[in-house]
Each structure stands twice: as structure tokens, then as C-alpha cells.
Design a protein around this ligand. Structure first.
Ligand code: MG
Length: 400
């Protein structure tokens, strides 16, 4: 695709992935052109500034109540940049819970970057696939909640991973055939509580959990990194992206976050992908896949001494990976229930309503109580999520 400017729609444009994806467009304006943006609506000024800077055709906000703020911010931003009313066509505005899915099908787009957080990203993912667009997927919950639905709709190569581990795996998988793969090995930083035992985790605070040692991410992903739920969700994500059985997907703790994941082949070779922790690299590679974007991020500095450690995961203190793998094996609605319960528990912990270990313990309980639907359609997935959120809220209310 070198030489062609790709029209891009960006979902979750004001979040961590979204703002970094726009950095890539700024660095490579000959390769990408932003035609549409979607965001929750809480950061109206930023969204308006993005829309005017990139002269997009359409802007969507999930919260209908934010529409007026965005509209006013658009006029203010256009004026601030010295445009008269006639100089710049303001984008079409869409609002409401289905607006992101509508932008995901925007006919002028070729590539959709889904940088939304949470299982609300599933419907836009399905919409982008149905529209025939390439999907650069950072929203792992799409695959966790709706894995079989998403993979059934995707043509080969239509989904490109953005998550750093899965980008690393995709790169390492270029070194052999599918039949030659022995194992996928996902690396985990271990989060801020690596090395603590289960007992010591009772007292940790939201502020401690939100201070990630190596990665700068949104609050939900950061919290999920502290519980290791994020790594468990990534095991499920890897299973659906690469068609590898759960028994052949391992997790190893690597505190430096320089090796982003590895593929072990049947002859004993392990191929690893290494780069300093910076999401610009996997985002740029996903947007240009299979091409690389020169200068997307810094490379490893080999002139300074450094050491890379690899440690087994403490599954007693951090049972989340085993829990996710088990939910993945059960399949059907189990991973969707797990994810929805976790989103509720993260909110409860950040609000100071439950202790840290209660997050994963409660998620396990809700998954256990759930009546599994083996081959759900989208409505059955959404029903299972609604049940999981209600049940989780009940358990939290009863405990406080
Ligand atoms: Mg990741």
C-alpha cells in the first residue's frame, strides 16, 4: 500500500490508543488521512481539536448529551485557527450508542482503528468487518466477548492486531508456518504488585494500582494489568486471532516490557520481538500492515548495558490468567460474562467499594454462577453481559 494514502476511521480517538494513532498520522501524512472520529464525548475540546486539525468528514459521540459541547467546541476551535465559517466544512455529527458503529461503516474509509475500551467496542468491530474495511483492533474485548462472532465474519487478514503482545506475535509468526508453531508465549510486565503475595494485596489502593511501572495506558487497562486480568484477556484474544489452542498459549513475566511476546517453533527455536515499551510501534504497524512505518518509535539502545528477566507467573497471588484460560476453554458466553463482571469490579474498586483481591474473586464467582450459552448470537452475548453486570452489582452491594 506504499504510495497510497489510506483513509482512516478512528474509534476512541480521545483515548490512549486514539491519540497515539493520530501521532502516527502526523508523522506519516502521505500514508494516512483521517476521515472519521468517534469518542465517548467527555473530552469535547480534544475531540473538536482533532476534528478540525485533520479536517474529518464525520464525528460521533456516544453520549448524546455531549453533542452540544462538541458542536460549540468545533466552532470555537475553527475560530481559534482563524477560519471563517466558509473556509472549512465542519464535520457531520452523529450521537448516541450506535454512532460509533455507523462511523465504522463510513464508505470513504478503508481502515478502521478500534481503540475503544470495553465490550462496547464489539458492535463497531462487527460493523467494520461487515463493511469490508480492514480492522486494526486494539479493543481486545471485541474478541473476548464475541470471539466466534468476530472470527466468523472476518475475511483472512481483515483483522490486524494493535495490542503490543499480539503485534509481536504476528511479527514472530512471519518466521514459520502455522503447522510449525509449538507455542505462543505472551509476556506480562507483572504490573505494580509483582512479587507481592496474596495477603499483601488486601491493602493496595486505587492510586497504587493505577501507577503502572512500564506502560502508559488508559485507567481500565492499567487496572487490568495490576490484576493480570489484562493478560488473561490477551490469552483469549491470541486464541481467536491466531487459531491456537489454549493449552499452547503460555504467559511469562518480563518486568522490563521490552520483549513483547514470543513464538516457539517445533524445532526448539524461539523468535522474540523486542522494542522499548511504546505503543506507537504496534499502532503504526497495524495501520500500515504488512508494511513498517519508518521512525514510528525508538529502537532498543544496545550501547547501554541492560538485563532482561523472565519469571514464571505467581498464579496463587494472580489467579486471573488461569481463570481467563478456563473461561476461554468453556467458550460460549463464559468470556463475555467474565469481562463484563470484571468491568463492574474495576469500577467498584476504583470507587473504593471493594478490596483489590475481591475483583478477581468476584469475577470467578459470577462466571461460576452463569448458565452458559454454547453458541450465542450477538443478542445472547449482550444478554449474558447484562446478567453479569447485574449479578456483580448485587454481590458488591451485599458485601458493603
Ligand atoms: Mg497488551
Amino acid at each position: 500500500m506504499v504510495g497510497v494514502t489510506r483513509p482512516v476511521v478512528l474509534l476512541g480517538s480521545t483515548g490512549s490508543i486514539g491519540t497515539q494513532a493520530l501521532d502516527i498520522v502526523r508523522r506519516a501524512p502521505d500514508r494516512f488521512r483521517v476521515v472519521g472520529l468517534a469518542a465517548g464525548g467527555d473530552r469535547a475540546q480534544l475531540l473538536a481539536a482533532q476534528a478540525i486539525e485533520f479536517r474529518v468528514e464525520v464525528v460521533a459521540v456516544a453520549k448524546a448529551s455531549a453533542l452540544e459541547d462538541v458542536q460549540l467546541a468545533l466552532y470555537a476551535e475553527a475560530q481559534r485557527r482563524g477560519y471563517d465559517r466558509g473556509d472549512v466544512a465542519l464535520p457531520k455529527l452523529l450521537a448516541g450508542p450506535d454512532a460509533a458503529a455507523e462511523v465504522a461503516t463510513w464508505p470513504d474509509a478503508d481502515l478502521v482503528v478500534n481503540g475503544m475500551t470495553g465490550s462496547i467496542g464489539l458492535a463497531p468491530t462487527l460493523a467494520a468487518l461487515d463493511a469490508g474495511h480492514t480492522l486494526a483492533l486494539a479493543n481486545k474485548e471485541s474478541l473476548v466477548a464475541g470471539g466466534p462472532l468476530v472470527t466468523a465474519r472476518a475475511k483472512p487478514g481483515q483483522i490486524v492486531p494493535v495490542d503490543s503482545e499480539h503485534s509481536a506475535l504476528a511479527q514472530c509468526l512471519r518466521a514459520g508456518t502455522h503447522a510449525e508453531v509449538a507455542k505462543l508465549i505472551l509476556t506480562a510486565s507483572g504490573g505494580p504488585f509483582r512479587g507481592r503475595d496474596r495477603k499483601a494485596l488486601d491493602a493496595v489502593t486505587p492510586a497504587e494500582a493505577l501507577a503502572h511501572p512500564t506502560w502508559d495506558m488508559g485507567p481500565v487497562v492499567t487496572l487490568n494489568s495490576a490484576t493480570l486480568v489484562n493478560k488473561g484477556l490477551e490469552v483469549i484474544e491470541a486464541h481467536f486471532l491466531f487459531g491456537i489452542g489454549y493449552e499452547r498459549i503460555d504467559v511469562v513475566v518480563h518486568p522490563q516490557s521490552v520483549v513483547h511476546s514470543m513464538v516457539e517453533y517445533v524445532d526448539g527455536a524461539t523468535i522474540a520481538q523486542a522494542s522499548p515499551p511504546d505503543m506507537h510501534l504496534p499502532i503504526a504497524l497495524a495501520m500500515a500492515w504488512p508494511d513498517r512505518v519508518a521512525g514510528a518509535a525508538k529502537s532498543v539502545d544496545w550501547t547501554n548495558a541492560s538485563a532482561w528477566e523472565f519469571l514464571p507467573l505467581d498464579t496463587d497471588a494472580f489467579p486471573a490468567v488461569d481463570l481467563c484460560r478456563e473461561a476461554g476453554r468453556r467458550g460460549g458466553t463464559a468470556p463475555a460474562v467474565l469481562n463484563a463482571a470484571n468491568e463492574e469490579m474495576v469500577a467498584a474498586f476504583l470507587a473504593g467499594r471493594v478490596p483489590f483481591p475481591a475483583i478477581v474473586d468476584t469475577v470467578a464467582r459470577v462466571v461460576d454462577e452463569h448458565d452458559l450459552v454454547d453458541t450465542p448470537d450477538l443478542d445472547a452475548v449482550l444478554d449474558a453481559e447484562t446478567w453479569a453486570r447485574r449479578r456483580t452489582t448485587e454481590i458488591v452491594a451485599a458485601s458493603s
